[in-house]
Design a protein around this ligand. Structure first.
Ligand code: FAD
Length: 244
């Protein structure tokens, strides 16, 4: 798909967790519609002159990437954004209200679902890294040709930081595992990090599984090293690192 510069209008905002908010928007009426694949991202223009940009890039626009969290078939586009202290991008987006407009370039990225009924899929995300995986799982590409078996391992610090959790429990044929590094209750969720969960997993067929990793660069490197030990070829590992 060709990258376009589009104008968007905010329709809704809300807090998803104490540290993550949701921004919902649509293409503004004069713009063409945004075509994208589940897993791709949008590059938002943080305008010069925005109070959030001062010091970071005086006099110049900045751009920040955000994975689309909603299905490509929806008119409304959803993002989930971590509040980063003093962050120009997340600060600017947190300031937007329904009716506000912003500019962005999209779509970008090749972190997309590889449809193959003969293979399993293991999705691994931490924090807002679950956004592109949610878009893949909700897409028609996925429902038309789901994997043989699907597992989503989603890591967060604690229960209150889990994004969309109950929603994944309802996806047919998806095994959903929440892993909390600092759980607040004695629930049934896995206690530990996503890497700890993978390490104790006995029943996964490593050779016939495609892996989709998204979140911090450190988590992705750690999991790639582990998958290498398990003999998983590079071609079966797809990843998107948000930051180092
Ligand atoms: C392809 C891609 C997709 C992305 N999708 C998302 C998304 O869906 N939601 C989202 O919140 N961010 C996402 N990011 C990160 C986003 O682009 C910005 O880096 C982030 O919003 C911080 O920008 P800032 O200007 O507010 O702060 P900056 O001052 O630029 O960043 C400060 C620091 O914040 C930390 N940080 C950045 N992003 C995160 C995060 N998501 N969670 C925890 N710590 C973080 C890093 O250590 C970074 O160095 C994505 C990045 C990439 C490359």
């Amino acid at each position: 798909m060709i990258v376009q510069e589009l104008s968007f209008v905010v329709t809704r905002t809300r807090e998803l967790t104490p540290t993550v908010f949701e921004l919902v928007f649509e293409v503004a009426s004069q713009s063409p519609l945004l075509g994208f694949k589940g897993g791709q991202f949008i590059s938002i223009v943080i305008p010069a002159g925005s109070p959030f940009i001062e010091g970071a890039s005086p006099g110049r626009n900045l751009r920040r990437a955000y994975s689309i969290a909603s299905a490509p078939e929806n008119r409304s586009i959803e993002l989930c954004i971590k509040k980063v202290e003093q962050g120009p991008g997340s600060g600017y987006l947190a300031s937007l209200k329904p009716g506000d407009r912003f500019q962005a370039f999209a779509p970008y990225g090749d972190f997309t679902y590889r449809a193959d009924r003969e293979r399993n899929a293991c999705f691994i995300a931490t924090g807002t890294g679950v956004a592109p995986i949610r878009a893949m799982i909700l897409s028609k590409d996925y429902s038309r040709c789901p994997p043989k078996k699907a597992l989503l391992v989603y890591g967060a610090r604690s229960e209150e930081e889990l994004l969309y959790g109950a929603e994944f429990d309802r996806v047919p044929e998806l095994q959903f595992v929440a892993a909390f590094s600092q759980p607040q209750t004695q629930g049934t969720a896995f206690k530990g990090r996503v890497t700890d969960y993978l390490r104790q997993l006995a029943q996964l067929d490593w050779a016939t599984t495609d892996f989709y990793l998204c979140g911090s660069g450190a988590m992705i490197l750690e999991i790639k090293a582990f998958l290498k030990e398990k003999g998983v070829p590079k071609e079966a590992i797809h990843s998107e690192a948000y930051y180092r």
